[in-house]
Ligand binder design. Structure first.
Ligand code: FMN
Length: 189
């Protein structure tokens, strides 16, 4: 089983990265093959709306550091999508990646029974961390459930780390880390 983890925080060992890592380490221990990308290390453009992925090719026609990420994520059985909330949204690093997955959709996807070019059966595990309590920003994961479905990933787990401000808050939170472990055991074990 192939897992691709896409991390949207600038903190390499922060809360969202730690939760994603616990999921991936557990999955790796169960035999999964894991590839991790720190978006903040990469240089890439947002989607240019050139429609090249609809009119010319079946992939994003931009060629930059995100090309490898897009190719890997497309082949993953499980995508781990991890980002903190910044100003009420996923980070701009993560959103830049997500916009480019527009290339996963087929032309005229609105009117097609299958909206994407990916193999069926793929899942996404969404990791969302934030400073505010869990009564805030729950709508982000709901909104992305629709988007991920459109590009070919069924949302299987949402792991939220709330009231986390210091980078090591997640790693100290056993309940959240156990949620990540349990999700990996359920999906891979
Ligand atoms: C620029 C910036 C904007 C933020 N905006 C929000 C916000 O709108 N809502 C919130 O709950 N937390 C917000 N936070 C807090 C982070 O989401 C929180 O600390 C999170 O746990 C960081 O995760 P990370 O360690 O994976 O980066 C913000 C933090 C920064 C640096």
């Amino acid at each position: 089983m192939k897992i691709v983890s896409v991390l949207g925080s600038p903190r390499k060992t922060g809360n969202s990265a730690s939760i994603a890592k616990r999921f991936c380490d557990t999955a790796e221990g169960l035999g999964a093959d894991v590839q991790t990308f720190f978006l903040n290390d990469l240089k890439y453009q947002g989607c240019q709306a050139c429609m090249g992925c609809k009119l010319e090719k079946e992939v994003c026609v931009l060629n930059d550091d995100l090309t490898e990420v897009l190719n890997a994520a497309k082949e993953a059985d499980i995508l781990v999508a991890a980002s903190p909330v910044y100003m009420g949204e996923m980070t701009s690093q993560f959103k830049g990646f997500l916009d480019r997955t527009f290339s996963y959709t087929v032309p005229d996807f609105h009117s097609q029974p299958k909206t994407h070019r990916l193999d069926d059966g793929k899942k996404v595990v969404l990791v969302q961390t934030q400073g505010q309590p869990d009564s805030m920003f729950g709508e982000i994961s709901q909104k992305f459930q629709f988007i991920f479905q459109l590009i070919g990933f069924e949302q299987s787990h949402v792991i939220r780390g709330c009231q986390m401000n210091m980078p090591d808050d997640a790693i100290k939170n056993e309940e959240t880390m156990k949620q990540a472990e349990d999700a990996a055991k359920q999906l891979v074990g």
